[in-house]
Design a binder for this molecule. Structure first.
Ligand code: GUN
Length: 294
């Protein structure tokens, strides 16, 4: 079997067109959705993610407030900026790009963001609401994965899902969302991580594999059941002298070999990545809509 490609770019484009219309409607009612993006330091991958997020905002008419701070910024300075953005009525969403430099306590910063503006869905209040199935901002990457699966008509109810990776940003929340009693859940989920005894034995059982380990070739063809659905969350830079920039991007899955066994697979780039940004736009628009209802 050769897998069909799940085209994240196309799904993202469709959703962004819908969101652009919503933004126009909000503007007609006097509300311009605003997203504050905060980047501390010079990490090249973070810089390119932040630029992509800001560009996506501008494309659909969201006001983007760019805050790029030096790597030497103190925790107190960052907390003061978050406080200012919490109070700013032009700002509906606040995104602090992770990871933060080592001298800043990430948990403290996330806790300082007003949960009503936490469009990343990382504040413990939103995480808690998600876990108990209450209305909350859902974290963007897992929410984007669910959209890709649902829009590709993948059966979730009763499906065996194996998640590889247990990060707070992807592994833990996607596992949680997929076990919710909802049409976007009802799956049976196993989470594998660095202390799992035999990852391959678990992955081989999966109808749906979600690779979010942050390491190339974590999922190889011998680990994949015929017809499995593969979601590759990895974004890894590997050296490539044939490229002008000196590297290419690969996921966590051995794409070329695995696509010969899977039924559906996301590419890297062009799979999950565009959806992460789209769900950020979605959450920001939702936040702006709530100000109308308040
Ligand atoms: N770092 C990696 N992914 C993310 C994300 O979705 N949001 C933020 N704020 N930082 C990240």
């Amino acid at each position: 079997m050769t897998a069909k490609i799940i085209d994240g770019k196309q799904v993202a484009a469709d959703m962004r067109a819908e969101l652009k219309e919503k933004v126009a409607e909000l503007k007609a009612k006097g509300v311009t959705p605003g997203l504050a993006v905060v980047l501390v330091g010079e990490d090249p991958a973070s810089k390119s993610y932040v630029t992509a997020k800001e560009r996506a905002c501008e494309e659909i008419g969201i006001y983007s407030d760019d805050n790029r701070l030096s790597a030497k910024t103190s925790e107190d300075e960052l907390l003061a900026l978050v406080e200012k953005l919490n109070k700013d009525p032009k700002i509906n969403g606040i995104l602090v790009q992770l990871p933060l430099p080592k001298h800043i306590d990430e948990d403290k910063v996330l806790l300082a963001i007003d949960p009503a503006k936490d469009v990343d869905g990382f504040h413990p209040v939103n995480v808690g609401k998600m876990v108990v199935g209450q209305d909350a901002y859902l974290p963007c990457t897992p929410h984007g994965i669910i959209q890709l699966l649902v829009r590709s008509k993948v059966q979730l109810e009763g499906a065996e899902v194996v998640v590889v990776g247990r990060s707070n940003i992807v592994g833990k929340p996607i596992a949680n969302m997929l076990i919710q009693k909802a049409h976007t859940g009802n799956a049976t989920v196993t989470v594998c991580h660095t202390r799992t005894k035999n990852i391959a034995e678990h992955v081989k059982r999966a109808d749906i594999i979600i690779a979010a380990a942050g390491r190339p070739n974590t999922v190889t063809a011998d680990m994949v059941k015929d017809g499995a659905v593969i979601i590759d969350v990895g974004v890894n830079r590997v050296e490539d002298a044939t490229k002008k920039r000196g590297y290419r991007l690969v996921g966590d899955v051995d794409f070329e070999a695995v696509k010969e066994k899977a039924s559906l697979i996301t590419p890297v780039p062009g799979g999950v990545g565009p959806m992460t940004i789209t769900m950020l736009l979605y959450n920001t628009v939702q936040s702006a809509e709530k100000t109308l209802k308040a």
